[in-house]
Design a protein around this ligand. Structure first.
Ligand code: UP5
Ligand code: MG
Length: 195
């Protein structure tokens, strides 16, 4: 590939599918820098000098999707700041607006190597998030927000996964297994990449 370009692996899947958990393991074993779009948005929401605080909080609580200009800027800044080449981008792109915005700004500087899709049944996703909600402090780990997160996932994010599937970029993994079982499937994806 083009040596100057960033290598990007998008990591998608429903709320609670295990994206963040697996990305941390991937970062340790394969050296890709883990950037969670959700974590970057939550951090931006905490900044007292950010003009986007309210807009971000409203979207997160409603399980709707923050405009791509905000998310993509946070991602690009984190990529530049890291001085690294290989990135796992967790929880993005979630809809057509995200995809178009990414392509517009990043196509010339980043190559999408793979899209890892953690496929997990809805009831398992909901139970994991509700369980985490006991301690996470996340304003969207409640049943009402979860219903909207799940709906957004099916309506807006699944079409993005299908878009990349047509390009043969998707590696689908059964996320309804133990952490170690999921990670052993993840490892196969990286072995195929030759890293
Ligand atoms: N867990 C994980 N794996 C397990 C396993 N194999 N067996 C048993 N338990 C397992 O895991 C969730 C929980 O399940 C944890 O308690 C974990 O221990 C356990 P986690 O790894 O956190 O799952 P993850 O898929 O990362 O779940 P998350 O809740 O982070 O997914 P979402 O996609 O819902 O959240 P995200 O942070 O990406 O986005 C939140 C919101 O931000 C969105 O709804 C949206 O409003 C906004 N957003 C945007 O607008 N744009 C973006 O680009 C990104 C986010
Ligand atoms: Mg996450």
């Amino acid at each position: 590939g083009d040596p100057q370009k960033y290598n990007v692996i998008f990591v998608l899947g429903g709320p609670g599918a295990g994206k963040g958990t697996q990305c941390e393991k991937i970062e340790k074993e394969f050296g890709y820098v883990h950037l969670s779009a959700g974590d970057l948005l939550r951090a931006e929401r905490q900044k007292t000098d950010s003009e986007f605080r309210e807009e971000i909080e409203t979207h997160i609580r409603n399980g709707s999707i923050v405009p791509v200009e905000i998310t993509c800027t946070l991602l690009r800044q984190a990529m530049e700041k890291s001085q690294k080449q290989n990135f796992l981008i967790d929880g993005f792109p979630r809809n057509k607006d995200n995809l178009d915005g990414w392509n517009h700004v990043m196509n010339s500087v980043a190559r999408v190597q793979r899209v890892i899709f953690f496929n997990c049944p809805e009831d398992v996703c909901v139970n994991r998030c509700l369980d985490r909600g006991k301690t996470s402090g996340r304003t969207d780990d409640n049943l009402e927000s979860l219903k909207k997160r799940i709906q957004t996932y099916y309506e807006s994010t699944m079409p993005i996964i299908e878009h990349y599937r047509k390009q043969n970029l998707v590696a689908e993994i059964n996320a309804n297994q133990t952490l170690d079982e999921v990670f052993s499937d993840v490892r196969k994806v990286f072995e195929e990449l030759g890293s």
